[in-house]
Design a protein around this ligand. Structure first.
Ligand code: MN
Length: 373
């Protein structure tokens, strides 16, 4: 049998929100993943993209990534990885490990007791390239596919997906995908889909329960792939809705005053996130009792009577979908400008690459036009 731990979207970085003193969440999550891998004596760890939050990093995120990978490698645990739109490098930092396999357009055999599994992976791709990949012989030989994409089944059309589960070749039994920050194990016909989800909250609209997935491969013929979600500890997140009719100021004050940790956390992870929704009616309570709280990192949403919702600036910052929505208001869809802008938005920290490729495409277009004339 082969035991493999699956995680994605580590987003290793010092901070998450631009203007808040919130540090350490990604590093703490990564250290837990390394511990879980050691404790469960896995043969490999799969990291499905967005391991680093940025393409160009200060030393801390790289140091954290490599330290973890080296601990795993020294315990003879291989690290299999792909890249998401956030990091995208020609020479990924993680290759500084001694036992790492870059899955992009590669095939790896995982040996189980009763059978072996063909694992194929690819880095984040734009729609055209990813669709090509799904139709390639390589993908058609895979039992397990590892990628990092926006799926229509998760995000709907508004997320500008590159594929739907229905596009995955029939032979694939298991799809492991990074990008979607919710932790989900789901089925599409005979295909099992794992979205390990992010390892810590990167937006207040993400679910706060984080986990990794332990896969046991080929233990029995009946159940060739067994999956188990293992929770990760992370910074607590408290959600309060002051717009509900059941709102009671006494209860809210007493709840917040008496709030206590239920698990041991490193000091830098202890201050909880507090997300409060309020309206005109509860504005005064919010201003006098909530804004002054110092033991929480406050996020808020003001609900106007006309249904309009106003987020704090920091939240808007991390909401990619709404940026895409705004784009449709500036450019007409199905135009070159719109296409380019979508690619730039999805490029993370590497817009230069997008521009470079776009320019190349433009030149090829001009050439092929002159050739056909
Ligand atoms: Mn991500």
């Amino acid at each position: 049998m082969t035991k493999v731990l699956v995680a994605s979207d580590l987003h290793l970085s010092d901070t998450i929100w631009k203007h808040r003193p919130i540090f350490g969440d990604s590093y703490y999550a990564w250290s837990q993943i390394v511990d879980i891998a050691l404790k469960n004596k896995v043969q490999a760890v799969i990291l499905a993209g967005d391991l680093l939050d940025k393409q160009y990093n200060p030393s801390n995120p790289v140091h954290s990534l490599i330290s973890g990978v080296r601990v795993l490698n020294q315990a003879n645990i291989a690290v299999l990885f792909n890249q998401g739109q956030h990091e995208m490098m020609d020479t990924p930092w993680i290759k500084l490990g001694t036992k790492t396999i870059w899955l992009h357009n590669k095939q790896v055999q995982l040996e189980g007791k009763t059978q072996s599994f063909t694992l194929v992976g690819c880095d984040y791709q734009d729609r055209t390239k990813f669709q090509e990949f799904l139709k390639s012989d390589l993908a058609k030989e895979a039992d397990i596919l590892v990628c990092h994409q926006v799926w229509q089944d998760f995000m709907g059309e508004v997320g500008k997906p590159q594929a739907a589960f229905a596009d995955v070749p029939e032979n694939v039994k298991l799809l492991i995908t990074g990008d979607y920050h919710d932790a989900i194990i789901t089925k599409h016909n005979k295909l099992t889909v794992i979205s390990p989800g992010s390892t810590h909250m990167r937006s207040i609209s993400e679910p706060e329960n984080k986990s990794v997935v332990l896969m046991t491969l080929g233990e029995s013929e009946k159940q060739p792939i067994q999956l188990k979600q293992i929770p990760l500890q992370s910074r607590p997140c408290i959600r309060l809705d002051l717009t509900k009719p059941s709102f009671s100021s006494k209860q809210v004050i007493s709840y917040l005053t008496n709030w206590k940790h239920t698990v041991d956390l490193p000091e830098e992870i202890q201050t909880p996130l507090l997300f409060v929704q309020y309206n005109e009616e509860t504005r005064k309570f919010f201003d006098t009792h909530i804004v002054s709280l110092v033991n929480f990192h406050l996020f808020s949403k003001f609900k106007r009577e006309n249904g309009e919702e106003i987020f704090t600036a920091d939240e808007a910052n991390t909401d990619k979908v709404s940026l895409l929505q705004m784009l449709s208001k500036i450019f007409k869809e199905d135009t070159k400008e719109y296409d380019l802008a979508v690619k730039l938005l999805q490029a993370g920290d590497a817009p230069e690459l997008v521009l470079e490729n776009w320019l190349k495409d433009q030149i090829t277009d001009v050439h092929s036009e002159t050739e056909t004339e």
